[in-house]
Design a protein around this ligand. Sequence first.
Ligand code: NAG
Ligand code: NAG
Length: 370
Amino acid sequence: MFFCYIFVVVSLINFLPDFHVSSCDHNCADKPRFTPSRLVVQFGKPTSALCSVCQPGCNVTLFNIECPIGTLAANGTEITWTVNKMTEWIISPSCYYNNDTTDTHCCSVLPITVYKPPENVSFSVHPDEPMSEGQQYTLQCEVRDVAPVKNLTVTFYRGRIALGEPKSSKREKDEPKPVSEVFTLNITSTKEDDGVQFWCEAKLELGAEGPQPPPVVESEKLTAAVHYKPHLEVSIPPDTIIIREENPLTLNCSSVGNPPPSYTWTPPSRITSPSNGSVFFINSITHEDEGLYTCYVSNEKGSISVQFDVTVQANNLILIIGLVVAVVLLAVIVGVAVFISYHRYYKEGAYNLWDRIRLHTTHSSIPTAE
Ligand SMILES: *[C@@H]1O[C@H](CO)[C@@H](O)[C@H](O)[C@H]1NC(C)=O
Ligand SMILES: *[C@@H]1O[C@H](CO)[C@@H](O)[C@H](O)[C@H]1NC(C)=O
């Protein structure tokens, strides 16, 4: 306990002779009462409390509040203690009166928590960025000049998700004066962390008497850069790709990676021109383009290679057109043949008929002539 030995002299308050702290009785029946019963005050800010020295109608002659700072004003057996600017970290005003029968002081102490939100909260990652996928990193949050440290909570964030609340190593010390402290949290980076914001937050939780909501100081946000090897963004057909002749061919091996990966395609034949994009494209495929296509994707973190097996089928349309042409051609040939033979038959037939008619006439006249 820290009691004040400097008396604040207020004319209304009866002056007490100096006494030793041990003569202060904290268990007396009619104890002085503070309103509020507990104070939470920010360093440098004003505050005040009222002490009702004893029950209304009581008869005490000597009473006071002891404290190094502030002013007192009495009204009957009530004393108001006012501080324009809190300049102490450790302060416990004591309100008392003299108990004539036992010749002791009946005392009450006002518990005061003096706080100070952090001067500065800074966030960093160790070792330095860019991170590499799958590696362990230490997130660090440095909180400067905060009091009291036992009420401090530091939370690490990944985007909007809280990652953890490491405990202060100074928590047990119960230090009322401002301290600076470094909090750390270990993480293993993933490729999903790339482009995500990391940061920390320091909060002073001072209880129901404290400021609502509790004071919070956030660090600056750090956008993580994570380097990782290429990963395919597309699903690769497991089987052979069968494609008709003259149709377009599109092979896609789009991948994500940081730094952005580069692509190298190896087509099966020299006739097919190579490509260095994520998509391989042939406008009209021919039998020469059949075979194994390899897509090689790489960046400084690693590489992958993907194979596409392409089979080219003869075009059915050509077959059908060929067939139709053949059928038409056949029909024309047959038609022409039929026409020619019929024409010949008709001419032949007419001649024969004429012949027959003539023959018949001759035959009929012959008997008449005979
Ligand atoms: C966090 O990582 C650092 C450096 O790798 C290591 O020294 C420290 O012990 C780790 N802390 C915890 C809590 O795992
Ligand atoms: C290739 O795949 C990527 C990822 O799925 C997609 O964004 C892109 O449009 C595709 N390209 C083509 C030409 O299909």
